[in-house]
Design a protein around this ligand. Structure first.
Ligand code: SF4
Length: 403
């Protein structure tokens, strides 16, 4: 029996564990089949040590309430001690002592500060597939960092216990940007991933790490909701290599009601990343009764084809009940099948289904000959049939960042 069949038999009950985030716990699956899965580090809501073999940081304990206030360049004085933040479309105007909606930016005595620079609450070594990037160095490890804070407020947030809280409420490490690249290299990572939280919240930290990673030859991969203003995004494009942007719905009212944001800026982020030549993948979580209308999904896919191109990988992610939407059922697999069929009919070449173990939508199919060119089981790679990014069977070029 093939591993894929075993995974299918294990069924969806295990999926929440296999695909979900377990702060401070081990990674389940991942990497190349037969290799160690990787290493999960502590922090987040649980605390614990940073078990890396680095003289400066070995054994560092995560500390609760760690704050590292640092001036942020995104604040503009509004007079009377008030400042406005221009990092994201919320444009928070803050009086002295007030914090922005992201919970990690503050007006201190008339000056704007970020509170999380160099204080990640999550530090993990993971398969790049878990980020999720399916078209970047398959089977490689990614060194993931995240801090507290998020500028959206999604009712289905999978990391609400670190992202939707203030930095005082999590355990964090003291890891300046200079420390991250050596740690990532030592851990055997090929990329640094800004994920498991919202990287816009810790933009300055991400940009500082990204500059160092580029010098060192590591990729920088961002998984974000993409709710950011144009000017900082353009700055970011200069130091990142790949982005997976959550396009949570194609319905503006969904963004307002369920996420506390707006659809328009997210679409602008996607087109900006495409124009800048950043490798781009898109994730759409499908939630029963909220954003699962196949007509809307068709519209979204048509937009992706038109504006981003048919080679853009699209991941349909299964919803599991949690946080404020714990009353909803998991997404039926039949709904995800319909979404995937609509996306393929629209002309998209690489359409994935995430968090359904054993689904054929885990694999990458060649658009030239239809053969499987990357075979996956969850986060594990079973086989890669690419040479220099080309299909071994028909020589068609597959978009992505490959060896
Ligand atoms: S980044 Fe934070 S403080 Fe700045 S505008 Fe957005 S929510 Fe407000």
């Amino acid at each position: 029996m093939k591993r894929r069949d075993l995974v299918r038999l294990a069924g969806g009950a295990a999926c929440g564990l296999a695909m979900g985030r377990l702060p401070g716990a081990g990674i389940v699956g991942g990497g190349l089949a037969g290799e160690p899965a990787g290493e999960a580090l502590a922090g987040g809501p649980a605390g614990g040590p940073l078990p890396l073999a680095d003289a400066d940081h070995r054994g560092q304990e995560a500390r609760r309430g760690l704050l590292a206030p640092r001036r942020s360049p995104f604040f503009i004085s509004q007079g009377g001690g008030r400042v406005r933040c221009d990092l994201c479309p919320h444009s928070c105007v803050l009086a002295p002592g007030e914090r922005g909606r992201c919970r990690v930016r503050e007006n201190r005595d008339g000056r704007g500060y970020t509170l999380v620079h160099g204080n990640p609450c999550t530090v993990q070594l993971e398969p790049v597939e878990r980020k999720p990037f399916y078209h970047v160095f398959p089977g490689s490890r990614s060194f993931s960092v995240a801090t507290a804070g998020c500028n959206l407020e999604c009712g289905f947030c999978e990391v609400w216990d670190t992202a939707l809280v203030a930095p005082e409420d999590v355990y964090a490490f003291d890891l300046p940007a200079d420390a991250i690249v050596p740690l990532a290299q030592q851990a055997g990572a090929r990329s640094v991933a800004y994920t498991l939280g919202e990287p816009v919240a810790y933009f300055e930290y991400m940009a500082a790490i990204g500059a160092r990673a580029r010098e060192a030859g590591l990729l920088s991969l961002v998984h974000s909701a993409g709710f950011i203003n144009a000017a900082p995004l353009e700055r970011l494009c200069a130091v990142i290599d790949g982005a997976n942007i959550d396009l949570k719905s194609f319905d503006p009212s969904f963004y307002r009601r369920v996420c506390g944001g707006e659809l328009g800026p997210v679409l602008e982020t996607l087109t900006t990343l495409r124009s800048a030549g950043v490798h781009l993948e898109v994730t759409n979580i499908v939630i029963p009764g909220l954003n699962d209308d196949v007509g809307m999904i068709r519209e979204m896919c048509a937009w992706v084809v038109e504006e981003l191109g048919r080679d853009t990988p699209l991941h349909f992610s299964r919803f599991y009940p949690l946080y404020r939407l714990a009353n909803l059922p998991p997404t039926p697999v039949s709904t995800l099948d319909r979404a995937r069929a609509a996306a393929l009919e629209s002309g998209l070449r690489h359409v994935y289904v995430a968090k359904v173990p054993g689904h054929e939508g885990e694999d990458t199919f060649c658009h030239g000959c239809g053969r499987v060119v990357i075979s996956r089981v969850g986060f594990m790679i079973e086989a890669v049939e690419l040479d220099d990014g080309r299909c071994r069977f028909c020589n068609a070029a597959i978009a992505g960042i490959w060896d």
